[in-house]
Design a protein around this ligand. Structure first.
Ligand code: EPZ
Length: 424
């Protein structure tokens, strides 16, 4: 397992370009399973998770090329394999979302039940209940989920929580079922879901409402040969904005959609960060110590759980005590003990992190536990006095394209010691 060696402190400064969205690309690649013909996706980030999803389509016997951020998918309707290998689903839970499209298009499919992960228990009950409402028979045994299409059924599905994955899984599966009419209530409203809707519309599906809590789908794929450009990655963008501000730096983060990050701009302004927000870029500058703030992490358009570890790092050196309530993944705090090793003063009670600001952090060997926690530790290492080593750093290659190069360009003193995994 490789690690990053980082020397701090540094004031990150300069320009950084945001890549395409991982969390828009993954459901759109899965939705390509319902296409009638070739699909070309542009602005797809070169990441381990994208590679895993492409490996799954190839295991299903789709022909996929991934070069220079362009994914070219050619369905093969003859010898499709509808049993998705366990070792691929184990690597990335988003692969579970191929179950519905596969079973809708080919009558049945088998996918491994995703396990938990370091940010908490990750159930799929909303997915399974929804598939049953759409007319599938779903059985779980020996760690696998089998779905069989019995009778495509129109339905009104009310999600108990605005689940991103369940919303995407069910809208894609409904899109594949000719002639049914489906309404998804309490749907998640993330920009990635709006991007998935745009892709399904290009496939000729009648679908409306993504971005609101109510999505309506009339099943049926009509168009062939579809090309789609994926939206910018709002979480990558937010990570770099926080990194520049947290190190007291100055820079421009470009090639983003600033409307996707309104909840972050609001928090950063309360902290005292100087921002000039334009449509596709943001100028960020930080002088002096950050002010403490209270943050209520919640589903979009609330403050995103995927930026909670990163903003927590920033607040470890604030001039006072901050509170972060994590309402999406209650146990998404494995980065806290690692930040405490670097001198942070944080206590967790009942899903809330209480962060008492300290003067500064000190470099230390720390452990990355998941994708966003590792990003948070990287920011901490740039703030800290002295050398840090961030171990199990492969997590970060799952979600941050060219992360070393991008931080080096901003002045970060970062070295990766390990074997770079083949991605493209
Ligand atoms: C997506 O995960 C993202 N992943 C996550 O980003 C993100 O943290 C999360 O949404 C929340 O925004 C991708 O888009 C690939 P959920 P997902 O279903 O879909 C509960 C990253 O770092 N739930 O919206 O798995 C669940 O336990 C990753 O890029 C059920 O109870 O999240 C959680 O409490 C990490 N039953 C809540 O809903 C279900 O069937 C929200 O989870 C499904 C979810």
């Amino acid at each position: 397992m490789g690690y990053f060696r980082v020397n701090g402190p540094v004031r990150l400064a300069g320009k950084v370009k945001v890549s395409g969205s991982k969390n828009a690309s993954l459901p759109i690649i899965a939705a390509s399973l319902i296409s009638l013909d070739e699909v070309v996706l542009k602005n797809v980030p070169v990441l381990l998770d994208i590679r895993t999803m492409i490996d799954i389509l190839e295991a299903i016997n789709f022909d996929v090329e991934f070069l220079n951020g362009i994914v070219h998918i050619k369905p093969d309707f003859n010898d499709v394999n509808t049993n998705v290998p366990y070792e691929l689903v184990r690597k990335m839970r988003a692969s579970f979302n191929v179950l519905g499209p596969l079973a809708a298009r080919y009558g049945k499919a088998r996918v491994a039940l995703p396990g938990g992960c370091s940010i908490g228990v990750r159930p799929v009950n909303f997915h399974i209940d929804g598939l049953e409402r759409l007319g599938f028979e779903v059985n779980i045994e020996h760690g696998f989920v089998d779905a069989k299409l019995i009778k495509p059924s129109s339905a009104k599905i009310i999600l108990p929580k605005p689940s991103v994955g369940a919303t995407e899984h069910l809208m894609t599966t409904a899109a594949a079922l000719e002639g049914i009419e489906v309404i998804i209530e309490n749907a998640a409203m993330e920009p990635e879901i709006v991007d998935l809707q745009e892709f399904l519309k290009k496939l000729g599906v009648e679908i409306e409402g993504a971005g609101t809590g109510r999505i309506m789908v009339k099943g049926g794929v009509k168009n062939k040969k579809v090309t789609h450009e994926v939206i910018p990655d709002r979480i990558e963008a937010g990570t770099y904005v926080i990194a520049i501000a947290a190190t007291g730096g100055e820079g421009v983060v470009e090639n983003l959609n600033s409307e996707h990050l309104n909840s972050l701009w609001e928090v950063l302004e309360k902290i005292g960060v100087i921002l000039k927000v334009e449509k596709d870029k943001v100028y960020v500058k930080m002088e002096g110590r950050p002010k403490p703030v209270d943050i209520n992490v919640s589903p979009y358009p609330g403050f995103p759980t995927d930026l909670q570890p990163q903003i927590m790092t920033f607040l470890t050196v604030a001039n006072g005590t901050s509170y972060i309530k994590e309402n999406v993944f209650q146990t998404r705090f494995l980065h806290v003990d690692e930040l405490k090793r670097m001198g942070a003063d944080i206590e967790i009670t009942d899903g809330t992190a209480i962060i008492k600001g300290v003067e500064g952090l000190s470099g230390a060997p720390v452990n990355g536990t998941d994708l966003r926690a590792t990003a948070a530790l990287l920011i901490a290492a740039f703030i800290a006095n002295g050398q840090s080593e961030i171990h199990h750093v492969e997590h970060i290659f799952r979600g941050y394209e060219n992360v070393c190069e991008k931080f080096r360009k901003l002045g970060g003193n970062i070295e990766y010691i390990g074997v770079k995994e083949y991605i493209e």
